[in-house]
Design a protein around this ligand. Structure first.
Ligand code: ADP
Ligand code: MG
Length: 308
């Protein structure tokens, strides 16, 4: 008590030593002036993702972050989409989902953790030699874990594809790109999409193509297509593969032909090196009657029965 009184007296005599009240800072608000763009990581239809350094001290010791922003000419509707994506990602906490870090600026930007190895599409073709089948299957299970969590929060991803699965390191993957994600909380288990101008149709289940209806299970179909990509080390592209199957055609006809092809029971071929039991499970996914929980348990059963 006496010491405290002494300090108080000292402070009274020397106002300069009095501690200043610290202004509280929100660590999720990034200041634009400290955000330095290093390079572009990817470009989509409406936006782009850049690698930036957030460097408040200005000495290049600041952390690296991935920043998603819209192209300058984008309309209001699309900028609402990015705001929605931010609100969704902000509330997701899972080891297989990319981490939200914050926002920046008036023309809103989404700040995420930077994953230096990029997406499976970039990583797998370059790292074929060191990536075994069991690693590929482990990636697939991790995607199931992340999707399972997403579904438990009543979200449909709607853009599950190898290009949207990022690597934390050689062993851990994370789902990214929640740009098309929808909540089914207030709906009857599905979401009807109206603007489908840029849909990744070759990853879509029949009900999405015919009725624009998206269920949690529709993501399981996309997971099947994603597994095709993974098991081919992203060297085969579902787009060109399906296009080859439907033959030369354009515009709306592409979707109509695709629907017919799927109705006829045609599917992407078994990737080379994909064991028959995995293909069996994989074709079960493409019937997508199972949610992710059972998809994952199918996987676990399979893996415990035989280790690759
Ligand atoms: P879009 O909506 O334009 O598809 P994405 O979120 O999928 O945007 O990002 C586009 C690309 O940028 C990804 O395919 C990936 O290659 C790269 N990318 C995105 N987020 C990250 C990240 N956090 N770390 C590293 N690369 C990323
Ligand atoms: Mg993407």
């Amino acid at each position: 008590r006496a010491i405290v009184r002494d300090i108080d007296m000292l402070e009274e005599k020397n106002p300069s030593i009095k501690p200043k009240p610290t202004t509280e800072v929100d660590p999720t608000v990034f200041e634009k002036r400290f955000l330095k763009t290093i390079m572009e990581l990817g470009k989509g239809h409406f936006g782009r993702v850049d690698l930036c350094r957030y460097d408040p001290r200005g000495d290049r010791t600041g952390e690296l972050v991935a920043v998603k922003s819209l192209k300058p000419e984008t309309c209001e509707e699309k900028s609402n989409n990015l705001s929605r994506e931010i609100d969704i990602l902000k509330a997701l906490y899972h080891e297989n989902i990319v981490k939200y870090k914050g926002i920046c600026g008036q023309a809103i930007k989404l700040i995420m953790e930077f994953l230096p190895l990029g997406s499976l599409t970039e990583y797998l073709p370059k790292n074929k030699n060191k990536t075994s089948l069991s690693t590929l299957l482990s990636y697939s299970i991790q995607i199931c874990e992340g999707m399972d969590y997403l579904g438990s929060r009543n979200y449909i991803h709607r853009d599950l594809a190898a290009r949207n699965v990022l690597l934390e390191n050689d062993h851990v993957v994370k789902i990214g790109d929640f740009g098309l994600t929808k909540s089914i909380k207030d709906n009857e288990g599905y979401y009807i999409v109206r603007d489908d101008d840029v849909s990744p149709v070759f990853w879509y289940a029949p009900e999405c193509l015919t009725h624009c209806k998206f269920y949690l299970a529709s993501d399981v179909w996309s997971f099947g297509v994603t597994m095709y990509e993974i098991l081919t080390y992203c060297e085969k592209n579902p787009v060109s593969c399906f296009k080859e199957m439907i033959g030369k055609t354009q515009g709306q006809m592409v979707v109509l032909r695709l629907v017919q092809l799927l109705k006829d029971g045609k599917r992407l071929p078994r990737p080379e090196g994909c064991p028959e039991p995995v293909r069996m499970n994989y074709s079960l996914f493409s019937h997508h009657k199972h949610g992710f929980t059972s998809t994952r348990s199918l996987f676990f059963n399979h893996l415990s029965y035989r280790t690759y």
